[in-house]
Design a protein around this ligand. Sequence first.
Ligand SMILES: Cc1cc2nc3c(=O)[nH]c(=O)nc-3n(C[C@H](O)[C@H](O)[C@H](O)COP(=O)(O)OP(=O)(O)OC[C@H]3O[C@@H](n4cnc5c(N)ncnc54)[C@H](O)[C@@H]3O)c2cc1C
Length: 492
Amino acid sequence: MPAADRRVIVVGAGNAALCAALSAREHGAEVVVLEKAPEAERGGNTYFTGGGFRFPYAGMAEIEQLIPDLSEAERARVDVGSYPAAQFRADLARVTEGLIDDGLATTLVREARPTMQWLAEQSVRFTLMIGRQANEVDGVLVFYGGLTVEAVGAGKGLSDQEFAAAERAGIELRYGAKVVGLLREGTRVRGVRVWTDGVEQELAADAVVLAAGGFEANAEMRTRYLGQGWDLAKVRGSRFNTGDAIRAALEIGAQSFGHWSGAHAVAWDLNAPPTGNRVVADLYQKHSYPYGIIVNLDGERFVDEGADLRNYTYAKYGREILRQPGRVAFQIFDQQTVGLLRDEYRVRQVTMAQADSIAELAEGLGVSVAGLERTVAEFNAACGGGDFHPSRLDGLRTEGVTPPKSNWALPISQPPYLGYAVTCGITFTFGGLRIAPRSAQVLDTEERPIDGLYAAGELIGGLFYDNYAGGSGLMAGSVFGRIAGRAAARGD
Ligand SMILES: Cc1cc2nc3c(=O)[nH]c(=O)nc-3n(C[C@H](O)[C@H](O)[C@H](O)COP(=O)(O)OP(=O)(O)OC[C@H]3O[C@@H](n4cnc5c(N)ncnc54)[C@H](O)[C@@H]3O)c2cc1C
C-alpha cells in the first residue's frame, strides 16, 4: 500500500510521539495523534523538561550548525569542548553498568546527531545550555558532561514548537483521548480502543505508534514494580503517564524489557506538589549538590556527592533520598560555592534556611544539631588541598570519612551557610516494551515483530538501568520516535 493511503495512529503527545507523528507524515501517511490529557495539559513530561539533548559533536562548528544565530560575543565566551560518539557510547555503558541493550545504544549514538539536524529542519530552535551546564572559569563558560544544547524555551518551548510543526504538517490532534487497548486482526495490530469523555470507541489504523510515557504517575504500579516507599515519591512531571500503553501492549503479547524495578529520580523540593506544576516545571529540582554536602534528618551524609559530574549521578540520588528517614535530605553549601548554584535555587518556591552557624542552620532546617555539627567537623577535617575546578573531575577529595567525597571537596567553613530541603521526585520509569532497534517495531515474547505496532520514548525498556546520562531521554525519544514514524508510514 503506498504510504499516502496508510493511516498511522500515534498514542501520546510528548516529544517521542510528536517526532513519530512528524516523521510518519513526512513519509506520506495520514496521521492522528491521540492525547489523553486535555489541551491545556498537553505535552506529557516533555513540557516539564529542561529541553536538554545529549548528542555527539566534534566541536563548536557542529554546535553552530544547530544554533546558527550565535553572536560573536557568545562564541568568544564559551568553551563547548567536544563530545565524541565513542564517549557518548561509553557514558551510556558506564552509567548503566554495561546493561544497556547493545542494539538500542548503537542506534541511539549513531542517529542522535542526524536527528538533531532533522529536528532543526522541523523548525525546533536550539540554544546553548549556559545556565545549567557551564561554569565560569577564568572568564570563560566551560561546559561539562556532554550536554550542551537545549530547545529554545526549554520543555515548554520544545513542546510548543513540536505542536506547531505538527499543525503545519496537517497532523490531526485529538485531546482527552485515552487509549485503553489495541485492536488486532489475526497477529496484526489494526487500531486502538480509545475513551473520550467516558465513551469507548474503536479507531482503525494501518499502524499504531505507542509513545505514551512510562508508569511514573501510577502509585500502584510504582509500588508494585519499584518497591516499598515509591508510592510516596513526588511525580516531577505529567499526571497522565500511568502505564496504560505499556499494559495494552503486554496484553496482546508484547515483551516486557529493561529495568522494571528502576526509575530516574532526583532531589526535588520538599514542598513541591504531588505532580508537576506547569509554571515552576523543573525548577523544583536541586542539582548543584556536587558543590556541597547532603545530609539526612540525623545530620549524616549518605552518598558521595562528588562521585561524578552531576549529569551522571543526579538521576540515581533520588532513590537514595527515598531511603532516608522521612524521605528527606538537606543540601548544605557555604559562601565558597554559592555562586555556582543553578537557577533552580533562586526560585520563590524553594524550601531553605540560611544561618551564620551550623547549629543555627540545623535548627532552621529541623536537622539534628549535634549530628550536623559532628558531620561538618569530620567532613572539614577530611578535606585535603588542591585546585577546585567546577567543570571537571578535579580530584579534590576527602580522606578518612565515609562515604567519601571524590571531587570538589571544599570544607563547609564560610558563613552564611545555606541549606535546601529535598525529597525524592520521580521522573520516569525504566521498564517497558522491547523494540527492534532499527525499526522501533514492538517485539513479542518470542522476539518476533508484532505487525503494525511500534513504540518510542519513555515506554521502551532496555536503554536505562539504575542510572541515566542527563539529556538522553529526549534524544532517545526523538531518535526512536523518528524511526517509528517512518517505519509505521512505510509498513516496514
Ligand atoms: C521535570 C523534568 C525534567 C526533565 N528534563 C529533561 C531534559 O532536560 N532532557 C531530557 O532528555 N529529558 C528530560 N526529562 C525526561 C523527559 O521527560 C523524557 O525523556 C521525555 O520528555 C519523555 O518523552 P515521551 O514522549 O516518552 O513522554 P511524555 O513527554 O511524557 O509523553 C507521553 C504522552 O503520552 C500521553 N499519554 C499517557 N497515557 C496515554 C493514553 N492512555 N492514551 C493517550 N495518551 C496517553 C501523555 O499525556 C503524554 O502526552 C525530564 C523530565 C521531567 C519530568
